[in-house]
Design a protein around this ligand. Sequence first.
Ligand SMILES: NC(=O)c1ccc[n+]([C@@H]2O[C@H](COP(=O)([O-])OP(=O)(O)OC[C@H]3O[C@@H](n4cnc5c(N)ncnc54)[C@H](O)[C@@H]3O)[C@@H](O)[C@H]2O)c1
Length: 257
Amino acid sequence: MYNDLKGKTVIVTGASRGIGLAIAKKFIEEGANVYDLDVISPTESIRELQYIRCDVSSLDDVKNAFDKIYSENKAVDVLINNAGVESFGTVTETELSEWNRILGINLTGSFLTSKYALKTMKNAGGVIEFISSIQAIIIQKRLAAYVTSKHALIGLMKSIALDYAPKVRSVAICPGSVRTPLLEWTAVQEVGNDKVKIDEKIREWGRLYPMQRVAEPDEVADLAVFLASERARYITGICIPFDGGLSIVLYESVPEK
Ligand SMILES: NC(=O)c1ccc[n+]([C@@H]2O[C@H](COP(=O)([O-])OP(=O)(O)OC[C@H]3O[C@@H](n4cnc5c(N)ncnc54)[C@H](O)[C@@H]3O)[C@@H](O)[C@H]2O)c1
């Protein structure tokens, strides 16, 4: 428990499932007042989780959501920009409409929510976190729009860290694979809808990691809560790989003795 998060107003985008839901639950355990801004309703029934339907890429939706939150709270203390979508394709394979959709949700969505949160944070203080991706550091083929959006979030995070210091801290978490509906969807694209094959595919991906497994949403949530707490009061402007050691590995071996 970090006693300083009790009663704080926390917004988590995309908190209806996956990593966002795990983060929202941890903040609720800390006694925070937690809002979920998402396009789908929460997939678990949690009395304390305050759901507002909001497409983060829509200025009107974000404005309406923050109008409601500010009518109920003096300020926003913590914003977790988590909502994100993925799609496959190289630059030549990606239609402009798909590029705009991915960048609109992953990047512009975080810009819009940050803009509204900073209205009070710039004077009252606060923390803005970005759930970027290890794909902001090392990348896979055929993910051009996603990779670009996750790199760009690091620029947004650093701009906020510098422009609003020392009142506001801003950090990015860069997870490798995390077992969520999004990761399962990625596995389905490769092996189809067979649960056994999906589990095996995710275990296979896990074996690429020095830690020999993918991460659990709860583990990302532990870091997100720590970074929002007073214990992290000097941490700002950085992206933290959360990848079980993946990004230190070069898969090329030296000759055996
Ligand atoms: N799961 C992974 O392996 C992994 C790895 C690295 C980074 N990430 C990032 O973590 C974040 C969460 O991923 P996840 O795996 O929990 O995904 P998920 O698909 O399980 O959950 C994402 C949530 O975002 C919501 N969302 C989608 N579009 C939205 C919009 N326009 N407005 C508001 N909400 C919207 C979805 O409805 C969903 O509830 C994403 O930004 C993702 O890129 C995930």
